[in-house]
Design a protein around this ligand. Structure first.
Ligand SMILES: C[S@@+](CC[C@H](N)C(=O)[O-])C[C@H]1O[C@@H](n2cnc3c(N)ncnc32)[C@H](O)[C@@H]1O
Length: 452
């Protein structure tokens, strides 16, 4: 592969850069990897070699057609680049507690980092996954619904909207939009579109994004900053920029030599960063650093107003949930969601300030004589395990996912979850002589399914 000269010239200044192994690796194929869901993983038999910095990350020997695997649609695993999973090691090394945290994943689509973070938090922690681009927020929401965590909310806002949440977050993850050189092996367009001018533009945007959310971080809170760019202008230079602007320090992370990850230091303030160079580490290009805020931040006091009486809704929809300590909210006129009791005051505040795609677990809506369950319930890890369900074969599951007739011969009537290997995929409603498929239209598999 013909790598851009200006990039190579910049990289020669970076510690640990080995030009010949880097060039050679860019003529080799990429490895596919997935991260298994901590709870739903029993629904898949996908296997491979363990990724050493991630619990649940595996390298696959080949790339299967994920669209044709119902376990993928049920959220048994997430297809993610191995280097990105290093976030888990950084998180475990730098975030002191997992309980009661407020976490923002600011640039979250399509959801790789968010689904990873959701797996690391306890139920009383809150993860806000934000994506500014609307079409991408839709994909993010789908992936988060599939992963099934009630405490993972989705917003669609500009970073500057978070400025007003003074000192609210314990951790802010910024997987910044970047020039994408780390993905040259995966994406030919990234190579074709790469220019020095774009690197400068990305670097300026990264500074703007950091400045926008800085006030929203608590004193001693962490920003985990990452890019998939090799350019020092978007990596070490950003660490120096942030150290020039604010009182900060980076938190070093211990790494094993055999992982092939390179620890670098920013030229001016000697801030710690971790680089993945193809040819050294088994993964694509990636940079990550954990930055601690060492200055005071304003404190936002949350007031919990008396919530509306939801006892009638609890009677109608409570059967959908495995535990009854969740609270009910009404995000719009027609539908109801469940959230952890610990997050009621957060909802009361945040709903006034942000465009929500999802807060908590959507439960659905009452109809004249029925409760119409939301699709999200079928995929939720908080769903009642004894809800009526039909176990289907792989072929039937794929038909369901294509919204085609499955030829079921079940006598049961009413709302039922379609399950494959115990993984919920969605709802059908069985009537006297037919079953209606309630998979949302935009979730439908569009590819042709080959005959087996
Ligand atoms: C590297 S991707 C994030 C990948 C994601 N964190 C994951 O792990 O799946 C960067 C994201 O930033 C979003 N983005 C683009 N411009 C932005 C801006 N000005 N502010 C915030 N986010 C932006 C992009 O739409 C994109 O989804």
């Amino acid at each position: 592969m013909n790598l851009p000269d200006p990039l190579l010239i910049d990289l020669r200044k970076v510690q640990g850069f080995d030009e010949s192994s880097f060039q050679k690796a860019h003529d080799e194929p990429v490895t596919t990897s997935v991260r298994l869901h901590p709870i739903k993983r029993s629904g898949t038999d996908i296997s491979g070699d363990a990724i050493p910095w991630s619990n649940g990350g595996i390298y696959l020997a080949q790339r299967p057609v994920f669209t044709l695997d119902p376990a993928f649609h049920g959220g048994a695993y997430y297809v993610q680049e191995a280097s990105s999973m290093f976030l888990e090691h950084v998180w475990n090394s730098t975030v002191p507690q997992t309980e009661g945290l407020r976490v923002l994943d600011l640039c979250a689509a399509p959801g790789g980092k968010s689904t990873l973070i959701a797996s690391l938090l306890t139920n009383d922690s809150l993860l806000i996954s934000n994506e500014v681009i609307r079409a991408r927020a839709t994909i993010l929401e789908e992936n988060i619904v599939r992963w099934g965590y009630t405490n993972n909310w989705v917003t669609c806002n500009d970073p500057r909207d978070f400025t007003k949440l003074g000192g609210y977050f314990d951790v802010i993850v910024i997987d910044a939009p970047c020039s994408g050189s780390g993905l040259f092996r995966k994406d030919q367009n990234a190579l074709r579109d790469w220019t020095e001018a774009n690197v400068d533009l990305c670097s300026a945007r990264q500074q703007r994004i950091l400045a926008d959310v800085w006030p929203a971080l608590k004193e001693n809170g962490l920003i985990i900053y990452a890019t998939c760019s090799f350019s020092p202008q978007e990596d070490e230079d950003i660490l120096d920029w942030i150290a020039n602007e604010y009182k900060t320090e980076t938190v070093p992370v211990s790494i094993r030599d055999e992982w092939g990850i390179v620890e670098t230091r920013s030229p001016k303030h000697k801030m710690h960063g971790y680089r993945f160079f193809p040819g050294k580490a088994k993964g694509e290009g990636f940079f990550i650093s954990a930055i601690r805020k060492k200055e005071s931040a304003s404190t936002l006091f949350l007031r919990r107003a008396k919530a509306a009486d939801m006892s009638k809704i609890k009677q109608q929809a409570g059967h959908l949930l495995a535990n009854d300590n969740l609270q009910y909210i009404q995000p719009d006129k027609e539908s109801y969601n469940a959230i952890a009791a610990a997050h009621e005051a957060d909802w009361q505040l945040l709903q006034k300030l942000f465009y929500f795609r999802r807060a908590g677990l959507p439960l659905g809506a009452p109809s004249a004589k029925d409760w119409i369950p939301a699709h999200d319930v079928a995929l939720s890890i908080d769903a009642n395990l004894s809800l009526p369900a039909i176990d289907v074969t792989r072929e039937q599951a794929l038909k369901f996912l294509k919204r085609e007739d499955m030829n079921l011969d079940s006598a049961a009537r009413g709302w039922q979850i379609i399950k494959f290997n115990n993984l919920g995929l969605g709802w059908i409603k069985s009537l006297q002589n037919r079953a209606n498929n309630h998979l949302p239209k935009n979730w439908r598999i569009r590819m042709e399914i080959p005959e087996t």
